[in-house]
Design a protein around this ligand. Sequence first.
Ligand SMILES: *Cc1c(COP(=O)(O)O)cnc(C)c1O
Length: 461
Amino acid sequence: MTREQNQLRLLPSVDEALQSAGGQRLAARFSRALALRAVRASIAQARAAIQEGAPCPSLEELLTAAEKLLQEEQRPYLRELINATGVIINTNLGRAPLSREALLAVQRVSGGYSNLEYDLDAGARGSRHTHVAALLRELTGAEAAIVTNNNAAAVLLSLSALAAGAEVIISRGELVEIGGGFRVPDVMRQSGCFLVEVGTTNRTRIADYEAALSERTALLLSVHPSNFLITGFTESTPLPALAELAHRNGLLLMNDLGSGCLLASERYGLAHEPTPAESIAAGADIVCFSGDKLLGGPQAGIIIGREHAIRSLAKHPLMRALRIDKMTLAALEATLRHYQRGQAETHIPVWRMIAARPEQLAARAASWASHLQVRGIAASTQPGMSTVGGGSLPGETLPTTLLALSATVVPCSLEELARRLRTRRTPIVARILRDALLLDPRTVLEEQDEELVRALVETIK
Ligand SMILES: *Cc1c(COP(=O)(O)O)cnc(C)c1O
């Protein structure tokens, strides 16, 4: 008998392993079915290793390997990570982190029952929309408000309820693709309205809209081209002129704002991002925007505007399909409360990141670098740029200080280092630019600093 055959004969059977005290413990912790699968895999691994010349592992080693497999398998698919990219709103990374208060609100409302659709005064059925409608009216000056699952849903619902079977006039410069396959013309078709394109990519005048009006027109649509810039020889029609034209002809003006910024972005060294209050003041009848872009809340679509128009949306059958859930609603209310109390800049993570002072960021990057240097890793810092991202404020950057790990100070390629950081228990996402891996403190939550440094030391050493 060969050595290999001998060693293979020493392997316990799946049953033996499962019946052992350690096997029973695994089954009690993870279920018999999962333990069985892991023990099988562990024995198969051992068999393959023996065929490669390894000795037969002990029963204890087999069970430890099985336990490791189970722990890995039980790791959540959807999990938290550290965003060191410096892109504040990144759809792939879950967009806006929620404030502590928003998280608590979700917990409070979701662990038990709530008055989601229950009017406590009347002791009768209520509406889920009332929980945020008053706050939205107060913050934007609109007559009425309603919320959906996301802004794509808000656009679909609004057009379906207000313009199905009729014509909607939109500028050719605003037939945008937002990303993830959300194309304005496709959504318009889906809603059953007929698209009437006017003007050109770079210039659309009020006269273009006027010439396109017909008996079949229901609505003028203005879409904020949030993720790109048209510069140079450009002209777009201001909202007040569109509102005047719409109202003079008995039509509605709808404005898809995309990001929906409730603060004055220019106060933070950014270009001015149009606000919902400005759209309402300009005469728009329906204004919609996202909950998880510059608003800094949960994924949601917010629709504000004229009472009669919002009432049509509330009654539309699609409303039921696109409605917001209680966890989102709780987080949205808590986020809006921050604005109401003037705490957005200090409490909402997205705005804390935008408002972070350059010297704070420089100090954090320097502190990361010195922790690494103490452990013999020649990290350095360098000036760089963060971006807002999420299809908001394209081309706008915020000055920051980056931690730089150049290719010469790490033991593997930069791509390999980035891969190792991404595949940790708490993944870290960084960017590679030319010959360095760069990490931006702006998008790393302060409570993640320690974990980040520890991860870098473990990964590089
Ligand atoms: C982001 C965006 C949308 C889609 O919003 P979601 O909340 O992602 O569904 C629609 N319109 C514009 C202009 C946008 O920027």
